[in-house]
Design a binder for this molecule. Structure first.
Ligand code: KG4
Ligand code: ZN
Length: 360
């Protein structure tokens, strides 16, 4: 079964065709990073306008690289969560094509879809690798979300923990802005941290009453305070004026100290959850999964527990439509196998978007 995936929930316009949920036949991602760089973050109106401009060409390229419309069995599209203007463009394109081309339409949840990046075979042309087993414990870390999910099966999942405030990727982006590092903050902090000492600044790890919940706003504020202090200013000094006063060494040390606490927080909670839930396998997904320190630390700690970890290559960790197509496929298959957990197909005439829809 070949599924066309469409993704436009934030600042990537993407379309991909995936066969049987695992083999990528095409994967087109048009990133808007350069458009938003000047603002230090995603501007919703700019994002929506850019999606409109490129979405038809992105979909055309994905379908033609994979074959033709006749070979497409269904369309899967991200309907939640995300920026409302951005979600509307992708779903409108998917709904229109579902009607015009007479294809079933599968709405998917963006966070759940991120986990399916670990089901995609990579490289696409190699023999099929083993896929993650259930129960599957997944950590989804992106610019908008930080969630621990326990999947009993496809479409049958439980949220084990989440962030109380900022998502971890969002904190990387905000701290990068304070340190004068370019957007997106994740890759630029990691790069700067390579030359820094992670023990240069003592930054706090949040302690919460719920064991698998996260909080990153305290770490962000502590990094801001450390930066103000090191340039000899008090806490009322504007965050946007610190960067020009930082030396390269101070910038690198702050980046490394922040990164080590952010990553240790994620790794420690994930390992604790793994010890409690004893999953058959684990997965790391979302844009922040591209972080090398997170990948290596988690791999090392899970090896000690003898629990396998699936992580997609960095290009499939950030937003893409192959993961959306894969998620749609496994939803359909699960349905066909007689274990429907919710209605899989949507009416293209009435499908709505839901910017704040949380997994439960
Ligand atoms: O999943 P994604 O592409 O979009 C959302 O759904 O949010 O994730 C983007 C986020 C950004 O916050 C970016 O800074 C972060 O992923 N990111 C990283 C790295 N690469 C991207 N964070 C930490 N380290 C990285 N290497
Ligand atoms: Zn995402």
């Amino acid at each position: 079964m070949k599924i066309l995936g469409i993704e436009s929930s934030c600042d990537e316009t993407a379309a991909a065709v995936v066969e049987d949920g695992r083999v990528i036949l095409s994967n087109v991602v048009q990133s808007q990073i350069d458009l938003h760089k000047a603002y230090g973050g995603v501007v919703p109106e700019v994002a929506a306008r850019s999606h409109i401009e490129v979405i038809n060409a992105v979909i055309d390229t994905a379908v033609s690289e994979a074959g033709s419309w006749n070979q497409i069995d269904a369309i899967a599209v991200t309907r939640a969560p995300g920026l409302i203007g951005s979600l509307l463009i992708g779903t409108l394109a998917a709904r229109t094509l579902a009607i015009v081309k007479n294809k079933p339409l599968i709405p998917v949840h963006h966070i759940e879809a991120h986990v399916y990046a670990t089901f995609l075979n990579h490289p696409a042309s190699t023999p099929l690798q083993p896929q993650p087993d259930f129960p599957l414990l997944a950590l989804v870390v992106s610019g908008g979300h930080t969630q621990l999910l326990l999947f009993k099966n496809h479409g049958d999942l439980q949220v084990v923990g989440g962030t109380r405030d900022d998502a971890v990727g969002e904190v990387f982006d905000k701290v990068a802005k304070i340190l004068g590092l370019p957007y997106p903050g994740g890759p630029s902090i990691s790069k700067a941290a390579q030359n820094g000492d992670p023990r240069a600044y003592q930054l706090p790890k949040a302690k919460l009453d719920l064991p698998y919940d996260f909080s990153f706003s305290g770490l962000k504020t502590a990094t801001l305070r450390a930066a103000q202090k090191v340039v000899g200013k008090t806490h009322d000094f504007p965050s946007g004026a610190i960067a020009p006063l930082l030396s390269a060494k101070q910038q690198a040390d702050l980046a490394a100290s922040f990164q080590s606490v952010a990553i240790a927080t994620l790794v420690d909670k994930f390992i604790e959850a793994c010890q409690e839930f004893q999953p058959a396998s684990t997965a790391l997904a979302g844009g922040v999964a591209a972080n090398q320190l997170l990948r290596s630390e988690l791999t090392r700690r899970l090896n000690q527990l003898d629990t396998p970890l699936a992580v997609a290559p960095p290009a499939l960790c950030t937003d893409n439509a192959a993961m959306v197509a894969s998620c749609g496929y496994f939803r359909v298959i699960n349905h066909v196998n007689g274990r429907p957990t919710q209605s899989v197909f949507a009416d293209p005439y009435t499908l709505t978007v839901d910017p704040n829809f949380e997994l439960t």
